[in-house]
Design a protein around this ligand. Structure first.
Ligand SMILES: *[C@@H]1O[C@H](CO)[C@@H](O)[C@H](O)[C@H]1NC(C)=O
Ligand SMILES: *[C@@H]1O[C@H](CO)[C@@H](O)[C@H](O)[C@H]1NC(C)=O
Ligand SMILES: *[C@@H]1O[C@H](CO)[C@@H](O)[C@H](O)[C@H]1NC(C)=O
Length: 341
């Protein structure tokens, strides 16, 4: 009886201490998470005006961190995720602020009139336009749906360097403010072909320094827009749903492309060859600035994004190329174009 009592007491104690242990490990976890959050805030210079906001963002950060760690711990993926500067945003918020490719069709209907690279043969196995000095530094669109302007500018910067030997960083803001023909709408999204068309009609585009980026919609400054640094003669669309045609074009110059950037894997991509998951409806625009094959033989496109350097491989992503679907991975072969200088 005494034994039984003692035993019961012991079991009771075990239960209590067990509960205490798990409670204290939860507190410990919470402390570690709070510490990680603080470090992340410092690293990305994040401050919040209200304590409530900080607490709310901490809850999102924790969920994202858990998702990222689980993904990386699977250990069987061809790429990694990390808590980049977007780790306190839900995927819905992230997409609302940092994409901006218009999904409904432009008034310029997508038609391949002429594709000057169609008969190209001897396409090199790999190319990196950065190594040829045809790519400016990684830029950051901020919370403005201006990806289309960054995509168009990257392609123009590239073709101008290839044609003239000079690399200029050019103005996205001029496109955001001024390229509103066909209802292109600045921070609410737009189309690269409208941007190219604007540059042709304006007889040029200003340098970044002459018409600097504000990450906001503004009125077109005709004074700044008149300080033209470069000119293009037109643009061509790449035959759609054809990665072979896209390859021909990308072997000759950086190309503006659209893709589907939905999902936490895209938001937190930090390196390796991205293989999805992703859909094929288009919501974001980037520029192809190269292509190649990874060490394990996976073919990839090298894309330049406009989400700063904390995202991806210092701002770039390698994304799987030559997939079974004609649309390309994430729809990358659905709608692409390039300026002609
Ligand atoms: C990796 O492993 C997880 C869990 O076993 C599985 O669900 C997932 O499909 C795998 N992914 C790949 C790319 O093989
Ligand atoms: C490609 O070759 C075909 C057949 O010779 C020709 O009709 C077409 O004009 C060429 N395309 C270009 C862009 O030169
Ligand atoms: C643009 O111009 C209009 C009319 O002059 C003015 O009301 C508005 O505040 C301006 N917007 C910006 C962002 O400067």
């Amino acid at each position: 009886m005494t034994f039984a009592l003692k035993n019961k007491f012991l079991i009771f104690m075990l239960i209590v201490s067990g509960a205490l242990a798990s409670a204290s490990s939860r507190i410990l976890d919470e402390t570690i998470l709070a510490e990680k959050y603080k470090q992340w805030m410092v690293q990305h210079g994040r401050t919040y005006e209200m304590k409530e906001e900080e607490n709310m963002r901490f809850e999102i950060f924790k969920k994202n961190l858990e998702y990222i760690e689980n993904f990386n711990n699977m250990g069987n993926q061809t790429y990694k995720l990390s808590t980049n500067e977007y780790a306190d945003l839900t995927n819905e918020e992230f997409l609302a602020y940092y994409a901006g490719y218009k999904i409904f069709p432009s008034k310029i209907s997508f038609k391949t009139k002429r594709f000057k690279y169609e008969n190209l043969t001897n396409v090199p196995a790999s190319i990196d336009w950065r190594k040829k000095g045809a790519v400016t530094q990684i830029k950051d669109q901020g919370a403005c749906g201006s990806c289309w302007a960054f995509s168009a500018v990257a392609a123009v910067e590239g073709v101008i360097k290839i044609k003239t030997g000079q690399l200029f960083s050019l103005s996205e803001q001029q496109l955001v403010d001024c390229a509103r023909i066909h209802k292109t709408q600045g921070c609410y999204g737009g189309w690269m072909d409208d941007a190219f068309e604007y540059i042709v009609k304006n007889h040029g585009l200003a340098k970044e320094t002459k018409y600097p980026y504000t990450s906001k919609d503004g009125n077109c400054s005709h004074r700044k827009a008149a300080v033209r640094a470069v000119q293009i003669n037109g643009y061509e669309d790449v035959p759609h749903k054809d990665e072979e045609a896209l390859l021909k074009a990308a072997s000759q110059q950086p190309v503006s492309v659209c893709l589907n950037s939905k999902g936490p894997e895209f938001q937190f991509y930090s390196g390796g060859v991205f293989t999805g998951p992703c859909g094929t409806s288009l919501n974001h625009a980037v520029a192809i600035v190269g292509y190649g094959k990874s060490e394990d033989g996976t073919k990839y496109w090298l894309i330049k994004n406009s989400w700063g350097k904390s995202w991806g491989e210092s701002g770039y992503m390698r994304i799987k190329r030559d997939v079974a679907s004609k649309k390309g991975l994430c729809g990358i072969a659905k709608k692409s174009s390039y300026p002609v200088a």
